[in-house]
Design a protein around this ligand. Sequence first.
Ligand SMILES: O=C(O)CCC(=O)C(=O)O
Ligand SMILES: [Fe+2]
Length: 348
Amino acid sequence: MTMTEGVTLYPDPVHNVPPSVRSDGPRVLGGWDLDQLELQGNQGGVIPSSYLSWLTPISASAPIEDIRAVYERDGVVHIRGLLDREDVLSTREKFFNFVSRSGVLKPGTSPRDAIYNTSLDPSKFPGPSATQFNRSQNDNALLDYSTRAGREDFIVSFSDQPALLDLVGRLMSWKEPMRFRRQLLRTNIPKSYNTATRVHYDQMYLRKMEPGAVTAWIPMGDVSPVSGGLLYLEGSRDMGLEIERSFLDRNSSLPAEEQVSAFNQNMLHGGGLTKDCAAFARATNRRWLVGDYRAGDVVLHHSCMIHCSANNEDPDDRIRLATDVRFADRQAPFDDRWNEFYYAGDGK
Ligand SMILES: O=C(O)CCC(=O)C(=O)O
Ligand SMILES: [Fe+2]
Protein backbone atom coordinates (compact mmCIF):
# COMPACT_ATOMS: atom_id res chain seq x y z
CA MET A 1 0.00 0.00 0.00
CA THR A 2 1.26 3.46 -0.83
CA MET A 3 1.14 5.67 2.19
CA THR A 4 -0.18 9.06 1.27
CA GLU A 5 0.21 11.99 3.57
CA GLY A 6 -2.84 12.31 5.79
CA VAL A 7 -3.56 8.61 5.75
CA THR A 8 -3.03 7.05 9.13
CA LEU A 9 -0.82 4.03 9.66
CA TYR A 10 -3.50 1.43 9.50
CA PRO A 11 -2.18 -2.09 8.96
CA ASP A 12 -1.69 -2.98 5.33
CA PRO A 13 -4.55 -5.26 4.31
CA VAL A 14 -3.57 -5.77 0.70
CA HIS A 15 -1.55 -8.95 0.96
CA ASN A 16 -4.17 -11.06 2.63
CA VAL A 17 -7.39 -9.79 1.21
CA PRO A 18 -7.88 -10.09 -2.53
CA PRO A 19 -9.96 -7.25 -3.89
CA SER A 20 -13.37 -8.36 -5.02
CA VAL A 21 -14.15 -5.67 -7.50
CA ARG A 22 -17.62 -5.88 -8.97
CA SER A 23 -18.20 -5.88 -12.66
CA ASP A 24 -19.18 -2.44 -13.78
CA GLY A 25 -22.88 -1.73 -13.76
CA PRO A 26 -24.53 1.29 -15.32
CA ARG A 27 -22.91 4.64 -14.65
CA VAL A 28 -26.25 6.47 -14.75
CA LEU A 29 -28.95 5.67 -12.21
CA GLY A 30 -32.14 7.60 -11.50
CA GLY A 31 -30.84 10.51 -13.57
CA TRP A 32 -27.55 10.70 -11.66
CA ASP A 33 -24.36 10.13 -13.64
CA LEU A 34 -21.43 8.87 -11.57
CA ASP A 35 -19.04 10.46 -14.02
CA GLN A 36 -20.57 13.88 -13.41
CA LEU A 37 -20.61 13.68 -9.62
CA GLU A 38 -17.91 15.57 -7.81
CA LEU A 39 -18.03 13.89 -4.45
CA GLN A 40 -15.65 14.86 -1.68
CA GLY A 41 -15.17 13.31 1.70
CA ASN A 42 -13.80 14.95 4.81
CA GLN A 43 -10.37 15.47 3.23
CA GLY A 44 -8.52 14.70 0.02
CA GLY A 45 -10.58 16.62 -2.52
CA VAL A 46 -12.81 15.24 -5.24
CA ILE A 47 -12.93 11.46 -5.43
CA PRO A 48 -12.08 10.57 -9.05
CA SER A 49 -15.19 9.08 -10.68
CA SER A 50 -13.24 5.94 -11.60
CA TYR A 51 -13.33 5.23 -7.85
CA LEU A 52 -17.12 5.46 -7.69
CA SER A 53 -19.75 2.82 -8.31
CA TRP A 54 -23.43 2.52 -7.33
CA LEU A 55 -24.85 0.94 -4.21
CA THR A 56 -27.99 -0.51 -5.72
CA PRO A 57 -31.07 -0.96 -3.53
CA ILE A 58 -33.16 -4.08 -3.05
CA SER A 59 -36.85 -3.82 -2.28
CA ALA A 60 -37.99 -4.40 1.31
CA SER A 61 -40.57 -6.80 -0.11
CA ALA A 62 -37.85 -9.10 -1.52
CA PRO A 63 -37.57 -12.52 0.15
CA ILE A 64 -35.29 -12.47 3.20
CA GLU A 65 -33.00 -15.00 1.49
CA ASP A 66 -32.31 -12.48 -1.29
CA ILE A 67 -31.65 -9.68 1.19
CA ARG A 68 -29.34 -11.99 3.13
CA ALA A 69 -27.49 -13.01 -0.02
CA VAL A 70 -26.65 -9.37 -0.75
CA TYR A 71 -25.63 -8.71 2.86
CA GLU A 72 -23.38 -11.75 2.94
CA ARG A 73 -21.82 -10.99 -0.42
CA ASP A 74 -21.32 -7.26 0.07
CA GLY A 75 -21.25 -6.62 3.84
CA VAL A 76 -23.96 -4.02 3.22
CA VAL A 77 -27.48 -4.01 1.87
CA HIS A 78 -29.50 -0.95 0.95
CA ILE A 79 -33.15 -1.78 1.52
CA ARG A 80 -35.64 0.38 -0.29
CA GLY A 81 -38.88 1.24 1.46
CA LEU A 82 -38.71 -0.74 4.70
CA LEU A 83 -40.17 2.05 6.81
CA ASP A 84 -43.26 4.11 6.28
CA ARG A 85 -42.12 7.18 4.36
CA GLU A 86 -44.64 9.50 5.98
CA ASP A 87 -43.58 8.31 9.43
CA VAL A 88 -39.91 8.98 8.62
CA LEU A 89 -40.72 12.46 7.33
CA SER A 90 -42.88 13.30 10.31
CA THR A 91 -40.10 12.15 12.65
CA ARG A 92 -37.72 14.39 10.70
CA GLU A 93 -40.18 17.23 11.24
CA LYS A 94 -40.45 16.57 14.98
CA PHE A 95 -36.68 16.43 15.27
CA PHE A 96 -36.14 19.76 13.53
CA ASN A 97 -38.93 21.33 15.52
CA PHE A 98 -37.13 20.19 18.64
CA VAL A 99 -33.72 21.57 17.58
CA SER A 100 -35.02 24.73 15.88
CA ARG A 101 -34.19 26.72 19.05
CA SER A 102 -30.58 26.45 17.93
CA GLY A 103 -31.37 28.81 15.05
CA VAL A 104 -30.05 26.51 12.30
CA LEU A 105 -33.19 26.63 10.18
CA LYS A 106 -33.69 29.28 7.56
CA PRO A 107 -36.35 31.66 8.93
CA GLY A 108 -39.80 31.09 7.44
CA THR A 109 -39.08 27.55 6.22
CA SER A 110 -40.63 24.34 7.50
CA PRO A 111 -38.87 21.98 9.91
CA ARG A 112 -39.85 19.09 7.64
CA ASP A 113 -37.72 20.58 4.83
CA ALA A 114 -35.02 21.62 7.32
CA ILE A 115 -33.39 24.21 5.10
CA TYR A 116 -30.21 25.53 6.64
CA ASN A 117 -29.89 29.18 7.60
CA THR A 118 -27.01 30.00 5.26
CA SER A 119 -26.30 33.31 6.97
CA LEU A 120 -24.61 31.28 9.72
CA ASP A 121 -21.10 29.87 9.56
CA PRO A 122 -21.53 26.13 8.78
CA SER A 123 -18.32 25.23 10.58
CA LYS A 124 -20.03 26.15 13.87
CA PHE A 125 -22.19 23.01 13.80
CA PRO A 126 -19.97 19.93 13.73
CA GLY A 127 -21.84 16.70 14.41
CA PRO A 128 -21.21 14.08 17.08
CA SER A 129 -18.17 12.44 15.55
CA ALA A 130 -16.21 15.70 15.62
CA THR A 131 -16.70 16.04 19.35
CA GLN A 132 -15.20 12.88 20.74
CA PHE A 133 -12.23 14.66 22.16
CA ASN A 134 -12.82 18.31 22.25
CA ARG A 135 -16.23 18.75 23.71
CA SER A 136 -15.71 22.34 24.80
CA GLN A 137 -14.30 23.57 21.50
CA ASN A 138 -17.07 21.91 19.55
CA ASP A 139 -19.88 22.99 21.78
CA ASN A 140 -22.90 24.02 19.80
CA ALA A 141 -26.58 24.38 20.52
CA LEU A 142 -27.58 22.15 17.61
CA LEU A 143 -25.56 19.27 19.01
CA ASP A 144 -26.95 19.86 22.49
CA TYR A 145 -30.56 19.78 21.31
CA SER A 146 -29.85 16.82 18.99
CA THR A 147 -28.41 14.91 21.92
CA ARG A 148 -31.47 15.70 24.02
CA ALA A 149 -33.75 14.68 21.15
CA GLY A 150 -32.07 11.27 21.19
CA ARG A 151 -33.68 10.61 24.59
CA GLU A 152 -37.14 11.78 23.57
CA ASP A 153 -39.85 9.26 22.99
CA PHE A 154 -40.40 10.29 19.35
CA ILE A 155 -36.84 9.22 18.53
CA VAL A 156 -36.62 6.20 20.84
CA SER A 157 -39.90 4.79 19.54
CA PHE A 158 -38.86 5.48 15.95
CA SER A 159 -35.71 3.39 16.46
CA ASP A 160 -37.64 0.74 18.37
CA GLN A 161 -40.17 0.15 15.63
CA PRO A 162 -40.71 -3.58 15.22
CA ALA A 163 -40.09 -3.59 11.45
CA LEU A 164 -36.41 -2.84 12.04
CA LEU A 165 -35.70 -5.33 14.81
CA ASP A 166 -37.74 -7.96 13.01
CA LEU A 167 -35.80 -7.55 9.78
CA VAL A 168 -32.40 -7.66 11.49
CA GLY A 169 -33.47 -10.70 13.52
CA ARG A 170 -34.59 -12.57 10.41
CA LEU A 171 -31.52 -11.51 8.44
CA MET A 172 -29.11 -12.73 11.09
CA SER A 173 -31.15 -15.64 12.48
CA TRP A 174 -30.25 -14.43 15.97
CA LYS A 175 -31.88 -16.04 19.00
CA GLU A 176 -32.69 -12.76 20.70
CA PRO A 177 -32.06 -9.67 18.59
CA MET A 178 -31.61 -6.49 20.59
CA ARG A 179 -31.05 -2.85 19.80
CA PHE A 180 -28.34 -0.90 21.59
CA ARG A 181 -29.67 2.17 23.32
CA ARG A 182 -26.82 4.37 22.12
CA GLN A 183 -27.65 5.96 18.81
CA LEU A 184 -26.39 9.03 17.03
CA LEU A 185 -28.44 11.66 15.26
CA ARG A 186 -26.29 13.25 12.64
CA THR A 187 -27.12 16.63 11.16
CA ASN A 188 -24.81 17.29 8.23
CA ILE A 189 -24.92 20.95 7.39
CA PRO A 190 -24.77 21.82 3.67
CA LYS A 191 -21.49 23.24 2.43
CA SER A 192 -19.75 22.44 5.68
CA TYR A 193 -16.29 21.09 4.94
CA ASN A 194 -13.88 18.87 6.85
CA THR A 195 -16.76 17.66 8.97
CA ALA A 196 -17.94 14.61 6.98
CA THR A 197 -17.71 11.20 8.60
CA ARG A 198 -14.17 9.90 8.30
CA VAL A 199 -13.22 6.50 6.89
CA HIS A 200 -13.91 3.84 9.52
CA TYR A 201 -15.62 0.60 10.34
CA ASP A 202 -17.86 0.32 13.39
CA GLN A 203 -16.07 -2.58 15.06
CA MET A 204 -13.35 -0.23 16.28
CA TYR A 205 -16.01 1.28 18.55
CA LEU A 206 -17.39 -2.13 19.55
CA ARG A 207 -14.23 -3.85 20.70
CA LYS A 208 -15.75 -5.56 23.70
CA MET A 209 -17.50 -8.02 21.40
CA GLU A 210 -16.72 -10.23 18.44
CA PRO A 211 -17.32 -8.62 15.04
CA GLY A 212 -20.83 -9.18 13.77
CA ALA A 213 -23.08 -6.46 15.17
CA VAL A 214 -25.31 -4.95 12.52
CA THR A 215 -25.72 -1.23 12.01
CA ALA A 216 -28.89 0.20 10.53
CA TRP A 217 -28.08 3.53 8.93
CA ILE A 218 -31.37 5.32 8.48
CA PRO A 219 -31.65 8.43 6.32
CA MET A 220 -34.33 10.62 7.90
CA GLY A 221 -35.34 12.37 4.71
CA ASP A 222 -34.29 11.88 1.10
CA VAL A 223 -30.50 11.90 0.75
CA SER A 224 -29.53 12.19 -2.91
CA PRO A 225 -26.03 11.23 -4.10
CA VAL A 226 -24.87 14.84 -3.55
CA SER A 227 -26.51 15.37 -0.17
CA GLY A 228 -23.94 13.78 2.11
CA GLY A 229 -24.99 10.13 2.31
CA LEU A 230 -22.80 7.24 3.30
CA LEU A 231 -20.20 5.84 0.91
CA TYR A 232 -19.25 2.19 1.34
CA LEU A 233 -15.92 0.78 0.20
CA GLU A 234 -16.77 -2.12 -2.07
CA GLY A 235 -16.03 -5.59 -0.80
CA SER A 236 -14.38 -4.19 2.33
CA ARG A 237 -15.89 -6.28 5.13
CA ASP A 238 -13.04 -8.80 5.05
CA MET A 239 -10.52 -6.01 4.78
CA GLY A 240 -12.04 -4.39 7.86
CA LEU A 241 -11.91 -7.71 9.69
CA GLU A 242 -8.27 -8.10 8.87
CA ILE A 243 -7.37 -4.52 9.77
CA GLU A 244 -9.14 -4.98 13.09
CA ARG A 245 -7.22 -8.17 13.82
CA SER A 246 -3.97 -6.28 13.27
CA PHE A 247 -5.12 -3.49 15.57
CA LEU A 248 -5.96 -6.06 18.24
CA ASP A 249 -2.38 -7.37 17.95
CA ARG A 250 -0.93 -3.90 18.23
CA ASN A 251 -3.22 -3.06 21.13
CA SER A 252 -2.40 -6.20 23.09
CA SER A 253 0.30 -4.54 25.17
CA LEU A 254 -1.94 -1.63 26.23
CA PRO A 255 -3.92 -1.48 29.49
CA ALA A 256 -7.29 -3.27 29.23
CA GLU A 257 -9.35 -0.08 29.02
CA GLU A 258 -7.13 1.24 26.23
CA GLN A 259 -7.37 -1.96 24.26
CA VAL A 260 -11.08 -1.54 23.72
CA SER A 261 -10.83 2.17 22.92
CA ALA A 262 -11.25 3.44 19.38
CA PHE A 263 -9.07 6.39 20.34
CA ASN A 264 -5.99 4.75 21.78
CA GLN A 265 -2.46 5.60 20.73
CA ASN A 266 -2.58 3.22 17.76
CA MET A 267 -5.60 4.89 16.23
CA LEU A 268 -6.03 8.05 14.24
CA HIS A 269 -6.67 10.97 16.58
CA GLY A 270 -10.42 11.34 16.76
CA GLY A 271 -10.98 7.77 15.65
CA GLY A 272 -11.27 6.21 12.24
CA LEU A 273 -8.73 5.08 9.64
CA THR A 274 -8.26 8.30 7.73
CA LYS A 275 -10.12 11.44 6.74
CA ASP A 276 -8.89 11.20 3.16
CA CYS A 277 -11.47 9.15 1.25
CA ALA A 278 -9.88 9.61 -2.16
CA ALA A 279 -6.47 8.44 -0.92
CA PHE A 280 -8.02 5.45 0.81
CA ALA A 281 -9.73 4.33 -2.41
CA ARG A 282 -6.47 4.66 -4.31
CA ALA A 283 -4.45 2.90 -1.62
CA THR A 284 -6.82 -0.05 -1.45
CA ASN A 285 -7.72 -0.01 -5.16
CA ARG A 286 -11.42 -0.11 -4.44
CA ARG A 287 -14.38 2.03 -5.30
CA TRP A 288 -16.73 3.91 -3.01
CA LEU A 289 -20.32 2.75 -3.46
CA VAL A 290 -22.67 5.71 -3.72
CA GLY A 291 -26.33 5.49 -2.69
CA ASP A 292 -29.41 7.44 -3.71
CA TYR A 293 -31.27 7.20 -0.41
CA ARG A 294 -34.91 7.97 0.24
CA ALA A 295 -36.98 8.45 3.35
CA GLY A 296 -38.18 4.93 4.23
CA ASP A 297 -34.91 3.25 3.22
CA VAL A 298 -32.61 1.49 5.67
CA VAL A 299 -29.04 0.44 5.02
CA LEU A 300 -27.72 -2.49 7.03
CA HIS A 301 -23.98 -2.96 7.32
CA HIS A 302 -21.59 -5.38 9.01
CA SER A 303 -19.45 -3.98 11.82
CA CYS A 304 -16.27 -4.37 9.75
CA MET A 305 -17.63 -2.81 6.56
CA ILE A 306 -15.59 0.30 5.75
CA HIS A 307 -17.51 3.51 5.13
CA CYS A 308 -17.41 7.30 5.30
CA SER A 309 -19.70 10.11 4.24
CA ALA A 310 -19.48 12.66 1.50
CA ASN A 311 -19.90 16.39 2.04
CA ASN A 312 -23.45 17.65 1.86
CA GLU A 313 -23.77 19.69 -1.35
CA ASP A 314 -27.54 19.69 -1.38
CA PRO A 315 -28.67 22.25 -3.98
CA ASP A 316 -31.59 23.35 -1.78
CA ASP A 317 -29.46 23.61 1.37
CA ARG A 318 -31.36 20.84 3.10
CA ILE A 319 -29.75 19.57 6.27
CA ARG A 320 -28.94 15.89 6.01
CA LEU A 321 -30.35 14.01 8.98
CA ALA A 322 -29.58 10.34 9.55
CA THR A 323 -29.39 8.10 12.53
CA ASP A 324 -27.33 4.99 13.14
CA VAL A 325 -28.73 2.32 15.38
CA ARG A 326 -27.02 -0.95 16.16
CA PHE A 327 -28.18 -4.46 16.80
CA ALA A 328 -26.69 -7.59 18.32
CA ASP A 329 -27.76 -10.95 19.73
CA ARG A 330 -28.50 -10.63 23.43
CA GLN A 331 -27.61 -14.29 23.86
CA ALA A 332 -24.01 -13.76 22.71
CA PRO A 333 -21.46 -11.55 24.53
CA PHE A 334 -21.98 -7.93 23.49
CA ASP A 335 -20.36 -4.57 24.14
CA ASP A 336 -22.36 -3.17 27.05
CA ARG A 337 -20.83 0.29 26.64
CA TRP A 338 -23.41 0.66 23.89
CA ASN A 339 -26.37 0.39 26.18
CA GLU A 340 -26.08 3.94 27.46
CA PHE A 341 -27.62 6.94 25.75
CA TYR A 342 -25.12 8.92 23.71
CA TYR A 343 -23.73 12.17 25.04
CA ALA A 344 -21.18 14.36 23.25
CA GLY A 345 -17.67 13.33 24.15
CA ASP A 346 -18.66 10.00 25.69
CA GLY A 347 -15.53 8.54 24.11
CA LYS A 348 -17.18 5.66 22.27
O1 LIG B 1 -24.21 9.19 9.14
C1 LIG B 1 -22.99 9.21 9.07
O2 LIG B 1 -22.38 10.12 8.50
C2 LIG B 1 -22.17 8.12 9.69
C3 LIG B 1 -22.95 6.91 10.05
C4 LIG B 1 -22.11 5.74 10.41
O3 LIG B 1 -20.92 5.75 10.42
C5 LIG B 1 -22.81 4.51 10.77
O4 LIG B 1 -24.05 4.47 10.69
O5 LIG B 1 -22.13 3.54 11.15
FE1 LIG C 1 -20.11 3.88 11.05
